[in-house]
Every structure is written in structure tokens, then in C-alpha cells.
Design a protein around this ligand. Structure first.
Ligand SMILES: C[S@@+](CC[C@H](N)C(=O)[O-])C[C@H]1O[C@@H](n2cnc3c(N)ncnc32)[C@H](O)[C@@H]1O
Length: 433
């Protein structure tokens, strides 16, 4: 079989849907066995040989399989007397998703048997794949619909239950399952943008569009009237609340959602990040929106220009607050890197505090659901720095229940009736004057 063939071979592949399924299978294998994230350039390379619609289909298959993984495993489990090799299991998972979502079992089975037959180490599982797909097909989408919401893997579920309780974690899992709408931040008046795009204006000023809009095709995109930013990700800049002319240092700034907000509010912004490719995206975003910021490529811990009115530190973190849009994350990771991230965040907080003018403010934010990367960091910073105080972290439209003594806490199960929002922590600290 010609994998990347052209002409007749490719046409046959496309009709059988082999290309997108093969790519989705490879993505699943790389996420579950190598810890690759779907945002990794290697994922783009796996998809590169497919036409645009095939790429979209492969991506959707992989993302939805990962979003539903524990449900799928619950469905497959009783049909497997012996655990198959991980790669064969991933192919069965793909098939289960497709059959569960209403694809014709016969077509799915045929395609999967053809794929499993391509490899010397997997070809012996043709019979198993065929039999399992036939069984699932007999049960069909009705059985799929009866399966409960997916569960997070233990490495993350345990700490979250400890932090927020079992009922909240079930709500978080339901929100992960539900997926996400498209959230936009407006350069100008968000109410006018909501009206123009037929979206909803959320209480905190984010414009939300339901139903798979393609952002670059929206009116006003090319003119830079808005940018994509989850409702929770828009809160740190609002909590920082710069006055026009404030000198603000945006640390870990790329691709620049918060830089754009701060600049649109009239602050004089310096945006710093380590990653050149991500800063390139920040530069493109500034050019598209016509907003201004000074850009510095470098390491937060080595930057020594002081005297800032305010610093926004959007620190690298586990990103466990963003699983609604990145269902690959809990499957690709196992929590091993979190200890190092917590240490780095504390060092960045200490360094950022040293860059403020006396009486300056630091807004510390992470898109994490783990208190160790949020509330506990503020507590520990207060212990390390005499005279440092914590201020109320607030912004218009924020739910009172999100406010804590240490900062704002959002979770995906919040605003369930509005479609949820990412998990974030936002703390606001002030140095002595
Ligand atoms: C959460 S993302 C930032 C998102 C960004 N603030 C926004 O609103 O679009 C974290 C960023 O930290 C950057 N980063 C990680 N370690 C860094 C370091 N030591 N110094 C500077 N930037 C760093 C990464 O390149 C990444 O862009």
C-alpha cells in the first residue's frame, strides 16, 4: 500500500478514509506512547501529507478519541479477553469512537482491518479488530450514549479531588467533555463586536461564538478588531487594570493575548518571552491589530531592567486548566514535570517582584487547576517577602464565588450555563511603597 501515494492509490485511500484514519492512529500512538502534545510540530508533520479536509478529519478523530478515552476504554474493556499491544488498542479506540458516533460499522471495520494489516507487528490482529468492531457495531450508538462522562487519569484526578472535592471534579470532567466555544477579546467595544458577529457578550466582556466558526474568515479579523482568547485568560490583564501610560512589563508574553489587552487599555507595554517562534506570533498579532508593544526575547530570570509600575507574570505551568481545548494533555503527561514548574514559578515571582518600583503591583497568573501552581504560590511569596501584601483580585463581571483571599480562581465547571471557561488562578500582590 502506497502511504503517501498519488493518483489511483491516493483516490482509493480517500474513498476508504484510510489516510485520515492512519494519521489519527499515528497521532494517538505518539500522544499515548511518546507523550507528544498535538500542538507539537511533529503532529503537524504527521498530518502534512493529507489534503486540508483529510487533515481536519484526522485531527478531529484524534481529539475526540482523546476527549472520550476513558469512556471508550470502558466500552472496549469487556470485549478484550487479553490486553492487545498499545498500538492495536489505539486503533480499536478510534473505531469505537467512530461507531459510537454513528459511522457505519462495516466501513469502519474494513478500514481498520486494512490499516492493521499494513504493519508486520500488527497484521496478526486483523481477526481481533474485525471481531471487536462487529461487536461494537451490534451495540451501536445507543450503547455509546449510555456511557457516562469521561474520567481524568489518576495522576491528575487525585490531586483535583483533594483540592476541590469529588462533585466539583465530576463537573470539571463534564465540562472537558462538552468542549469549547470560540472566545474573542475585542480591541474596541465588545458589545458592538458581539452584535456584529452574532455572538454572546459574557459578563466579563468576552465575546463568545458557538458552533465552530473559522476565526480568520470572520468579518473584522483581518482588520484586527479582535483576537482569540478564552474568557478566563482575559482576566489577568483586567485584574492588573493599567491606567493609560502605566509602564507595564508582560513576562512570558507570547503569543500575546494579554499584551494586546494591556496595549489596548493604553499601557506602555514591554513584552518578554523566551521563545522566538512564539514571539513571531506576538509580532503578527500586534501588526494585525495595530497595537504597540516593545518586544524583548529573553529569559525572565535574566531580565534586569527595573522600575516598572506593574508586572504581569503569566508563568509556565501544567496547563491543566485548558484541557477542554487540549484533551491530549492529560494523556500525554503524567505530572512528573509539575514539581519543576512550581519551583520555576516561585523563582519567577521573586525575580518579578525585584523589577517593580516601590509600591508597584505584580499580577501572577497560571492556567492550572492545581492550587500548588496558584493559591499556594501567593501564600509562599507572602512568607518569603516582608512587607509584600495581597490585594483583592477583581474585574467587572467576575462571579463573587471566584474571589478568594489569595486571588481569583476559575474552573471549567464554573459558568456551566454559559458554556464554562478555562481554569485559571490570578493573584495580585503589591510591594511596599
Ligand atoms: C502561558 S504561556 C504565555 C501566554 C501569554 N501570556 C498570552 O497571553 O498569550 C507561557 C510562556 O512562557 C514562556 N516561557 C517559559 N519559560 C520562560 C522563561 N524562562 N523566560 C521567558 N519566557 C518563558 C513560554 O515561551 C510561553 O510563551
Amino acid at each position: 500500500m502506497a502511504r503517501n501515494g498519488t493518483g489511483a492509490a491516493r483516490d482509493g485511500e480517500d474513498r476508504a478514509g484510510l489516510g485520515p484514519r492512519r494519521a489519527a492512529w499515528r497521532l494517538l500512538n505518539a500522544v499515548t506512547a511518546e507523550g507528544m502534545l498535538l500542538s507539537d510540530p511533529r503532529a503537524a508533520a504527521i498530518l502534512a501529507s493529507l489534503p486540508p479536509e483529510g487533515r481536519a478529519r484526522a485531527q478531529r478523530l484524534a481529539v475526540e478519541t482523546l476527549r472520550n478515552l476513558s469512556r471508550i476504554d470502558g466500552w472496549l474493556g469487556p470485549r478484550l479477553r487479553k490486553a492487545p499491544p498499545p498500538t492495536v488498542r489505539n486503533l480499536l479506540r478510534l473505531g469505537a469512537l467512530e461507531i459510537g458516533q454513528g459511522e457505519a460499522p462495516h466501513g469502519v471495520g474494513n478500514a481498520l482491518v486494512a490499516l492493521v494489516a499494513e504493519g508486520r507487528r500488527t497484521e496478526g490482529f486483523r481477526g481481533l479488530v474485525n471481531a471487536v468492531m462487529r461487536h461494537l457495531g451490534e451495540e451501536g450508538p445507543e450503547a455509546w450514549a449510555r456511557l457516562g462522562p469521561p474520567h481524568l487519569p489518576d495522576w491528575l484526578r487525585g490531586p483535583l479531588v483533594e483540592a476541590w472535592g469529588g462533585a466539583a471534579v465530576r463537573g470539571i470532567e463534564a465540562a472537558h467533555w462538552a468542549g469549547v466555544a470560540l472566545d474573542l477579546s475585542a480591541k474596541g467595544d465588545p458589545a458592538r463586536l458581539a452584535e456584529r458577529l452574532g455572538g454572546r457578550l459574557l459578563p466579563t466582556g468576552t465575546v463568545r461564538l458557538d458552533g465552530g466558526a473559522q476565526v480568520t474568515a470572520l468579518p473584522g479579523y483581518q482588520e484586527g478588531e479582535f483576537w482569540v482568547q478564552d474568557a478566563a485568560a482575559a482576566l489577568p490583564a483586567r485584574v492588573l487594570d493599567p491606567r493609560p501610560g502605566d509602564r507595564v512589563l508582560d513576562l512570558c508574553a507570547a503569543p500575546g493575548g494579554k499584551t494586546l489587552q494591556l496595549a489596548a487599555m493604553g499601557a506602555e507595554v514591554t513584552a518578554l518571552d523566551l521563545s522566538a517562534p512564539r514571539l513571531e506570533r506576538l509580532r503578527d498579532n500586534l501588526a494585525r491589530t495595530g497595537l504597540k508593544a516593545r518586544i524583548v526575547q529573553g529569559d525572565v530570570l535574566e531580565f534586569d531592567e527595573g522600575g516598572w509600575d506593574a508586572v504581569l507574570l503569566d508563568a509556565p505551568c501544567s496547563a491543566t486548566g485548558t484541557i477542554r481545548r487540549h484533551p491530549d494533555l492529560p494523556q500525554a503527561r503524567d505530572g512528573a514535570e509539575i514539581g519543576g514548574l512550581i519551583e520555576l514559578q516561585a523563582r519567577m515571582i521573586d525575580h518579578a517582584l525585584g523589577l517593580l518600583r516601590p509600591g508597584g503591583r505584580l499580577v501572577f497568573a497560571t492556567c492550572s487547576l492545581l492550587p500548588d501552581e496558584g493559591e499556594a504560590q501567593v501564600e509562599a511569596a507572602l512568607e518569603r517577602h516582608a512587607g509584600l501584601s495581597v490585594e483583592v483580585a477583581d474585574a467587572p463581571g467576575v462571579e463573587p464565588a471566584w474571589r478568594t483571599e489569595l486571588g481569583l480562581r476559575t474552573r471549567p465547571d464554573h459558568w456551566a450555563d454559559l458554556g464554562g471557561l478555562d481554569g485559571f488562578f490570578v493573584g495580585r500582590l503589591r510591594t511596599p511603597g
